[in-house]
Write a protein of this length. Structure first.
Length: 128
């Protein structure tokens, strides 16, 4: 979803049309509200570690140092939008007493890629 910053610091204006005018979803029935129940609901955040999801570290730093900062500005814009939204989701889940976990796809064929509490070296998460 594309978003545009407004004059208010934390206010964001959606750039999508209202549901009834959106040709991709207006004709479909709305999805039912899912139940959020302890023991049956968790938030899983995937691949949000400093390696590739922080403007000042690792991948982003190397690309910028190589002179490609302009090419990376769209990615930075996405990070600036996504990371705070993930943080809000995490806070809401924790406040509701629901589980929050994160995983990395660094070794997607290994079992610990989806079970981070079993990982031999859990990466530092950007959002937790």
């Amino acid at each position: 979803m594309s978003m545009r910053r407004t004059t208010m610091r934390d206010e964001v204006t959606p750039m999508l049309p209202p549901r009834e005018r959106d040709p991709y979803i207006a004709w479909r029935p709305p999805f039912p509200e899912p139940p959020f129940e302890r023991g049956h609901t968790a938030l899983l955040v995937v691949d949000m570690q400093y390696l590739d999801a922080h403007w000042d570290y690792s991948m982003c730093r190397k690309i910028r140092d190589a002179g490609f900062e302009r090419e990376l500005l769209y990615y930075k814009d996405r990070l600036d939008l996504i990371v705070p939204n993930i943080r809000r989701l995490q806070n809401a889940f924790r406040t509701a007493g629901l589980e929050v976990t994160d995983a990395t796809g660094a070794r997607p064929t290994s079992a610990w890629a989806i079970l981070p509490h079993h990982s031999p070296a859990k990466p530092r998460s950007l959002t937790t």
